[in-house]
Design a binder for this molecule. Structure first.
Ligand code: TYD
Length: 221
């Protein structure tokens, strides 16, 4: 466990829901407000985890099965937590991370059909007590998200996860909503089908409230 003074915020959702745009906008706004902000992503975010990212997203690990993939995601996460996230939180930074444990719960756990106990054990090891203070789940019907992801795709070939079918995406969407319902203090569901500005405003307001609450809690302790 850690003596943490920063704030850890994660962004989750299916493909094409606009996570990276919203992370960029929030980071800019928080920096303008004087916060020290670190933007990072998973899988990856540290040199060790970026090496594992390449193995995972190229599909090279696919032949070894979904358990192997889940363990690799967890290995990457642990390196990212210990090398990047925990040290940044210790300096008081606001850490914005594109995907984290909920992606493993949804992609490997629910649509990969892995037992919840196996996934949760991996997450305990991977995070070693560093869990998000706040998680934004950007919610969009699967068809809309996939269409956006393809438009955004440019010259890159879709990775193995983006090739999957709409019903898989719809299952993931529901799995994210289930996590939000189970953990209402940490998770906020954001309707990602609205104009970008409106979404950015809602997210900023929610973060401001969380930041003020955390400053107040520190002053009391
Ligand atoms: P990426 O190219 O970063 O896409 P996105 O913009 O959707 O985040 O690819 C990350 C892919 O890895 C994405 O399809 C989700 C998947 N993933 C998992 O399956 N499990 C995980 O734990 C994480 C972090 C990501």
């Amino acid at each position: 466990m850690t003596d943490r003074s920063g704030i850890f915020i994660t962004f989750e959702g299916g493909e094409g829901v606009g996570k990276s745009t919203q992370i960029r906008r929030l980071a800019d706004r928080l920096r303008r407000a004087g916060h020290d902000v670190l933007v990072t992503r998973e899988p990856g975010g540290s040199p060790g985890a970026e090496a594992v990212r390449h193995v995972l997203l190229s599909g090279a690990a696919e032949t070894f099965g979904v358990r192997m993939e889940a363990i690799l995601f967890a290995a990457a996460r642990n390196d990212h937590v210990e090398e990047v996230i925990r040290p940044a939180l210790e300096t008081g930074a606001v850490v914005l991370c594109d995907r984290f444990v909920d992606s493993s719960r949804v992609y490997q756990g629910v649509t990969g059909n892995l037992e919840p106990g196996f996934i949760e054990a991996l997450q305990r090891i991977a995070t070693d007590g560093v869990m998000p203070d706040l998680t934004f789940i950007l919610d969009l019907p699967a068809e809309a998200g996939l269409a956006r992801a393809r438009r955004r795709g440019g010259s890159d070939a879709p990775d193995r996860f983006e090739k999957e079918e709409v019903d898989t995406h719809e299952k993931r969407r529901q799995a994210y909503l289930d996590i939000a319902a189970a953990e209402p203090r940490r998770c906020r569901v954001i309707n990602a089908g609205r104009p970008e500005d409106e979404i950015a405003e809602e997210i900023f307001t929610l973060v401001e409230t969380a930041t003020e609450a955390s400053v107040a809690a520190e002053q009391v302790s």
